[in-house]
Structure formats: C-alpha cells, structure tokens
Design a protein around this ligand. Structure first.
Ligand code: CO8
Length: 257
C-alpha cells in the first residue's frame, strides 16, 4: 500500500508534506494523522527547514476525518482514542505551516487547513463543515476557528446547515490568505514559503505565537506576551544582524539564532 503521507524536501529551506490517500479523497484516518505529526516533529528538528507546506491533490486537500473509521464507534471508544491530542499539536509546531488547498477541504479537512498558519487556496477549492449531515459536529476546532474567522452569523449558518463555501468567501472573511488559479496553488504556496523562510526564524516563531495569543486571550494578556516576545528578539543574533544589515545597506543573512 502506498504511503499515506509523502514528504518532499525541496532544495532550500522549505519542505512539502502531501496527504496521499487519493482513493478516499485524503480522508484523515488515525494512521495518517499519526504520520503527519511524526513528520512535523522531524521537520521541526531539522535545522535546514524553516517553513512547511501541507497539501493534498487536485481533487481534495482532505474530505474530512475517515468516516469508515468512525462509523459505529462508541462514545467511550471515541473518547479513549484521544485523537485530538495529535490535532492540537499542529499549530504548536513553531515553524510556519502553510496549507495549499485544492478541491475539497471538508470537515476535518477544513479543520486541518484552519490549523495551519496560512492558507493558499485554489479558486475551485470547497470548504465546509458538513458533520451535521452525519449527525455529528466538528471536533478539531472547526466551530471555534470558523466563528473567529467569519463571525457568529455566517459560521452558525454553515455549521448548522453543513453547506460548503467557496475559496473566495473564505478569503473575504480572512480565513484564506490568497486565492489563485488551481494550477498555481503549490507554486504560490512555495513562493510564500520561501519568502518567509528567508526571514529571521526566531522572530517568525514569536510572531506566530503572538498572533495566536491575539485570537485566544484577552488583549492585555496578548499585549504582555507581545512585549516580552519583542524583548526576546533582542536576545538573538538575527536581530543584531537584521539591524546591522539595514545600516550597512545590504541584505541580512539570518541564521536562526
Ligand atoms: N471518509 C471516508 N471516505 C471518504 C470520505 C471520508 N470523509 N470522503 C470521501 N470518501 C470516499 C468515498 O466513500 C468514496 O469511496 P468509494 O470510491 O470507495 O465509494 C471516495 O472517497 C470518493 O468519494 P465520492 O465518490 O463520494 O466522491 P464525490 O466526488 O462524488 O463526492 C464529496 C465528494 C462531496 C467530498 C463526498 O465524498 C463527501 O461528501 N465526503 C464526505 C465529506 C464529509 O462528510 N466530511 C466530514 C467527515 S466527519 C469529520 O471530518 C469530523 C471531523 C472531526 C475532527 C476530526 C476527528 C478525527
């Protein structure tokens, strides 16, 4: 059987992870999520990698959690699977993670894309949380993140009807960074990844954390975090290098320390 996740290390500081269960539209089963987190751990430890792209294929980023693996599972069994432990780790990796979305990003697939730091989407991509049609609901943050992105009125309607929404709508509400023609999705994601990869890695990590604080905590808590994170930048060689390069009118070379 083919690997559920393909790891491609590009030349340079960007790695691409490709969800690879095309026969089931990249349905996210336990083995795939396990492998995804395992590979993210390895890329986190890899000094050469500074930005990661997560993608699927032309037809689907992922059409949700694997329904065949959930059908008939009891409450107790589902609880004891504790699968969200893995899901919760995804935004906690410190390297910027870009979802390059083509086709369906439904249910857990939409949640997985929203767990990434940035989303580049095909103009044909289809987002949605159709779990209600299965008598279920999102569990990996779909309700939380959708409300924060598009507000209660729209999120509530999508969650309660299970209707899908377009990449353009996702872009307009701030869920998606950029919408591009289908054939340019990966190229655009790589361009963005490379641009980020050449910035100072520690500052990038601290910025990520500050942005999540803005979403998850009261403003003053986020402000306090941001100030301390700002001070932390001054403990890095990259901050000295960045300012020196500006003064010397040259491009900085960031080392990630
Ligand atoms: N799980 C398992 N198999 C799937 C899934 C899925 N989520 N989606 C598609 N497949 C399979 C189909 O069964 C089919 O297999 P087969 O060829 O053996 O019959 C194959 O993929 C192709 O699918 P379709 O023939 O249905 O393709 P269409 O182009 O006709 O339709 C759709 C595409 C509209 C995307 C349709 O496949 C569909 O509705 N899929 C299900 C979408 C869905 O309901 N997603 C939500 C799942 S529940 C969920 O994600 C809960 C998240 C909670 C957090 C995560 C916890 C683990």
């Amino acid at each position: 059987m083919s690997e559920p996740l393909i790891v491609k290390k590009m030349e340079g500081p960007v790695a691409v992870l490709q969800l690879n269960r095309p026969h089931v539209l990249n349905a996210l089963n336990l083995a795939l999520m396990d492998e995804l987190v395992e590979q993210l751990k390895q890329l986190q430890a890899d000094q050469d990698v500074r930005c990661i792209i997560l993608t699927g294929n032309h037809k689907a980023f992922a059409a949700g959690a694997d329904i065949d693996e959930m059908a008939g599972v009891s409450l107790a069994e589902m609880k004891m699977r504790n699968q969200f432990m893995l899901w919760d780790l995804i935004p906690r990796f410190t390297k910027p993670l870009i979802a390059a979305v083509q086709g369906y990003a439904l249910g857990g697939g939409c949640e997985l894309a929203m767990s990434c730091d940035l989303i580049i989407a095909s103009e044909k991509a289809v987002f949605g949380q159709p779990e209600i049609n299965l008598g279920a609901m999102p569990g990996a943050g779909g309700a939380q993140r959708l409300v924060k992105a598009m507000g209660k009125a729209r999120a509530m309607a999508y969650l309660l009807t299970g209707r899908s929404f377009t990449a353009q709508e996702a872009y307009e509400c701030g869920l998606v960074t950029k919408v591009v023609p289908d054939e340019l999705v990966l190229e655009e994601a790589k361009k963005l990844a490379l641009e980020i990869a050449h910035k100072a890695p520690v500052a990038a990590t601290l910025i990520k954390e500050a942005v999540y604080k803005a979403l998850d905590t009261p403003t003053q808590v986020g402000m306090d975090f941001e100030r301390n994170a700002f001070y932390m930048c001054f403990g890095t060689e990259d901050c000295r290098e960045g300012m020196k390069a500006f003064q010397e009118k040259r491009k900085p070379s960031f080392k990630g320390r």
